[in-house]
Design a protein around this ligand. Sequence first.
Ligand code: PXG
Length: 458
Amino acid sequence: MTYQNFSLKQLQEMDAAHHLHPFTDHKDLRAAGSRMITHADGPFIYDSDGNEILDGMAGLWCVNVGYGRHELAEAAYAQMKELPYYNSFFRCSTPTPVLLAKKLAEIAPAGINQVFYGSSGSEANDTALRLVRHYWALEGKPKKNMIISRKNAYHGSTVAGTSLGGMAGMHGQLGGAVPNIVHVMMPYAYELALPGESEHDFGLRAAKAIEDAILEAGPDNVAAFIGEPVMGAGGVKIPPESYWPEVQRICRKYDVLLMLDEVITGYGRTGAWFAAQSMGIEPDMITTAKALTSGYQPLSALLVGDRVAGTVVEKGGEFYHGYTYAGHPVACAVALANLDIIEREGLIERVRDETGPYFRKALSDRLAGHDIVGQVRTIGLMGAIEIVKDKETRERFPGDGAAAVIVRDHAIANGMMMRATGDTMILSPPLIWTRDTIDMAVERIERALDSASLDLRK
Ligand code: PXG
């Protein structure tokens, strides 16, 4: 049974009848009908009406090598024929996750040599939370179990992910978060810097919020700090350069573990394998998923530093945690082939030296001046466009994010897929984008902004 036997309308009806989508107002979706994406190639996705859309989001921040990579399909096929599945419980292992773990240890920042697998970023963060608390208990400090995170952070949608994250709406529906997690201010200068405060000083102040939380709880009660190097779902919030080194200094000062959530930034997005390397910091743990397989298979890898792994191994005792699909051979085979493509095609160097700088210049030269754009910012191939009513005062349009949705809808109508979050438009394209693709994207976004401006100023 293939979908081609059905009309778009039939598919939409079945979708409405049987399929509950993630992060969706189901009533609203049923009224509008879903957009059916049927196939994809290179940087483009195609819908069932035959529209070609440039995918400015790499799926959901994950398809870093672009679509249509037969090599990845072949890696999965070969692995499925040889060994589709076996678990890594009960003293068993399979070769493919072992080879991948070794590869990940090679590319990870200094001092990180062990991997714990899962199938999603949420699962990896669940593991991270469990593991740091287990670590401190093994170290004889079971009370050192508070985790500090940030408001508006996104760390996934399981109970642990939601609790670690700082999204107010999600917390509102949780009915009880994992205890002992606190959230401090995010490093978002555009809205939170004080009048006259430099980016540098703002970065230090945002880091100090972590120190204040540590001191308030007492350092003996704080296990770890977790943060996305660049907040993704929260609106591509790129911290000032002063922020991360100061966060690391504070964590070290109070012996608080530093956990980076690189589910979005991992595997090339910022022009290095990991943003930790772009920012010159050495975390104790890194959560990764998404671009590990470029989204061709669900897989996450929690990269665990020597300090935590050392204690867990040395002290022994079972860590009561793990998933059926931890180290899934097919997903790991796809990951190995995907990392090989990233390396062989020099995608990371290209982002760092060529497309990243070109992307930044294109957005700032051609979009920053637009009458409804308050700011553009980029790092590597990740960007944000702030939608405002008044460029000078930074006043937003009324409707709490409704303006960005209008921009997004015009973007899609112009063949450009991008996401709106709050009043911010975000971009996180496949790393295969060239200068020409960036030019094409900017032209389409410009047209979308023009049309949106006409609508918004009516
Ligand atoms: N951490 C970060 C930083 C993420 O961006 C997760 C963890 C959770 O990963 P899984 O694989 O469990 O979804 C994510 C996921 C959005 C959006 O609207 C972003 C994500 C997921 C869904 C939507 O931008 N990021």
